[in-house]
Design a protein around this ligand. Structure first.
Ligand code: ASP
Ligand code: MG
Length: 450
């Protein structure tokens, strides 16, 4: 069994859906995970915002827009009259239900229900299309097997038990389901956060012990640097799970950051592939990669640095614990952390509770917050063979205003924090220092660096 996940842009219109159907047809035993058609979840989020603030007329207009987008897709997709009638009926029924729901009062459970409809309609249309095109597929409701526990996290063994019960002994054939959506621990419809279809795919892959999880997007795998900022980037054909986890967080928007662990802990390769160029090599993420050396550079802005300074920290134990407890209380993840004897600096990318966090940290010491920062990270086997590589990498940044340096957490990563205005130049500078400024490297380059 192979898991194939298709993102919104791969399902952007009837033509793209036909293309995807051709890819699904190639594998007779597959578990297909679909996102919502592109732009739909964004619009549903907007509709929810309007509904919440009582702007129901505008919400209805947007709803009409996406309903007609789906209907138009049916007209463009289905040649067969019966399939066309069935598909437009699905769209009409679901949108009638949505209109009915949002005419009532707003609440968060209803919002989550609304957000799930993008994946539900899209997956139903694709299943109808595949079946009408003689590519038989069984539609599965992801809410029957993906759920999160009280900690908000899904469990592979629960998903495995439920999928075993649903699929029984029969593991042959094509199955198709929705990414992103799940039930929470109380049985309410919820989701795995934006971009969460990748996570559904690797969770299902781990539960089914799939041969591989293919994530189909519209770019040819991961690049060694951000091509929007840096010239002469080149594709990275292989990544270790650790490198992929670092890159997924630090701005390489190709993968949902949570989706690496189900694959890595079950040793299932993730293959990033391009629907526009299905035979291109893409990027494989797996454990047994041979390359050594620096793989890629990535960055993320919108970072806030919080510094806590207190003389009471000197020789005290439990101090970090108290600091972390405050971040835990406000469910705010810390990304980079550096410490001295009397101070701790951390970065966060979610400033929602910054005021409360600052005020509670104030009881532990003096607190200084700087917004508008960026994290730039260098990923690869940094220590391998070249012990001085880390030092030289940092030396190449001597003209920049480096605020924090994190190195030694793993051998795969050096992260620095710089003001966001310097981020692009830092990326360019690291690119020419680490990869040279010549023509793009051949695919074998990284391997031959070993
Ligand atoms: N449709 C959801 C989103 O746009 C989930 C996904 O595409 O992965 O975030
Ligand atoms: Mg995505």
């Amino acid at each position: 069994m192979i898991v194939m996940k298709f993102g919104g842009t791969s399902l952007g219109n009837a033509e793209r859906i036909r293309q995807v159907a051709g890819l699904i047809e190639r594998n007779s035993d597959s578990f297909v995970v679909c996102s919502a058609m592109s732009g739909i979840t964004n619009t549903l989020v907007e509709i929810a915002g309007l509904w919440k603030s009582g702007k129901c007329e505008k919400a209805d207009d947007l709803l009409d827009e996406i309903a007609s987008h789906f209907e138009q897709t049916c007209y463009d997709l289905f040649r067969d009259t019966e399939a066309l009638t069935n598909s437009t009926r699905v769209v009409i029924e679901i949108f009638d239900l949505i209109r009915n729901r949002i005419s009532g009062d707003y609440n968060l459970h209803k919002e989550n229900w609304l957000l799930a409809q993008g994946e539900i309609v899209t997956s139903k249309l694709i299943a109808l299309y595949l079946n009408s095109a003689d590519i038989p597929v069984t539609w599965l409701n992801a809410l029957d097997f993906i759920s999160t526990g009280i900690d908000g996290e899904p469990s592979v063994s629960d998903i495995r038990d439920r999928l075993n019960a649903i699929l029984g002994e029969n593991r042959h054939g094509r199955f198709l389901t929705q990414g992103y959506i799940c039930l929470d621990h109380e049985g309410n419809i919820s989701n795995l956060k934006r971009g969460g279809s990748d996570y559904t795919a690797t969770l299902a892959g781990a539960a089914l012990q799939a041969v591989s999880v293919e994530i189909w997007t519209d770019i040819d795998g991961v690049r060694n640097n951000d091509p929007r900022i840096v010239e002469n980037t080149f594709p990275v054909r292989e990544l270790s799970f650790d490198e992929a986890a670092e890159l997924a967080y630090f701005g390489a928007k190709i993968l949902h950051p949570s989706c690496v662990w189900p694959a890595s802990s079950n040793n299932i390769p993730i293959h990033l592939r391009n629907t526009m160029e299905p035979d291109a090599p893409g990027t494989i993420i797996r454990s047994d990669i041979k390359r050594k050396g620096i793989t890629a550079v990535a960055a993320k802005d919108g970072i806030t640095v919080i510094r806590i300074r207190s003389d009471r920290m000197l020789n005290a134990y439990g101090f970090l614990n108290r600091i972390f407890a405050i971040f835990e209380k406000y469910r705010t993840p810390i990304d980079v952390i550096t410490t001295s004897e009397v101070s701790v600096s951390v970065t966060i990318d979610n400033p929602c509770h910054i005021k409360e966090i600052e005020s509670e940290l104030g009881s532990l010491g003096s607190v200084k917050t700087e917004t508008g920062q960026a994290i730039v990270c260098v990923v690869g086997d940094i220590l391998e063979q070249h012990q001085d590589r880390a030092v030289r990498t940092l030396d190449s940044l001597r003209h920049f205003n480096v605020k924090m340096i994190s190195f030694g957490g793993s051998r795969n990563n050096i992260s620095v924090v710089v003001p966001r205005e310097e981020m692009k130049d830092v990326l360019r500078s690291l690119n020419s220092y680490l990869f040279g400024n010549q023509s793009p490297k051949p695919d074998s380059w990284l391997i031959s660096q070993a």
